[in-house]
Design a protein around this ligand. Sequence first.
Ligand code: ADP
Length: 235
Amino acid sequence: MQFSKRKVLKNINLTVEEGSVTAIVGPSGSGKTTLLRTLNLLQTPSEGSVEVAGVQVEANKLNKAVTRQIRAQSTMVFQQFNLFKNLTALENVMSPLIYNKVATFDEAKAQALKVLRDFDLEKIADQYPVTLSGGQQQRVSIARAIVSKPKVVLFDEPTSALDPEMVSGVLNAIAKLAKQHITMVIVTHEIEFARQIADQAIFVEDGEILAQGPANEILSSTGSGRIADFVNSLE
Ligand code: ADP
């Protein structure tokens, strides 16, 4: 993966098991977001290949059809929520079902309400994003990401734009999904959370995977290596 002539990701070899949670951690600017965005081709790789739920594509054979197929398998939760400001919370959650024509209006409404209820958001279903707290907005965006039952949900630093008191509500919502064995890849600086819910962790530095393995081992704060130093700097 490169921007202009500069290689931002190198030698990446990452497999995510179905039903598992993978945490991507590492210093700012190391390539975590770029890696996440490459998984659903929001960023186009310059070499290598990407495979999601059986749909595989080589970097030099990318086209619109296969990009659409790959994107249909996964959804993304962004740092800044990215809700549609002119739609209510309920309409935001309904939107992927309506846009992709996979449900009638009434079905979409019923499914969206169910997900909002699961996240304790039923009360704010008819409110517009501007009237919601950051934590509520992020939980609505998570509801929107899962309503269409994607194979994979990608989270790009889902709590880093939140006030501290909002963080735990969003982490709890993500932990709830982990319990349902929804496949997730999460870029996060919440090390303790990652240790608790992730099966696998990868540590990225300078565009390369420096370490990869069970989250509680990789994210250990004991020891003297580069990763332990990083983990300790955040805790
Ligand atoms: P992280 O998520 O670990 O903070 P990023 O994936 O955002 O890192 O960025 C990795 C590197 O790629 C950084 O050096 C960043 O400046 C650069 N970069 C990210 N996006 C772009 C872009 N659209 N154009 C050029 N360089 C970019």
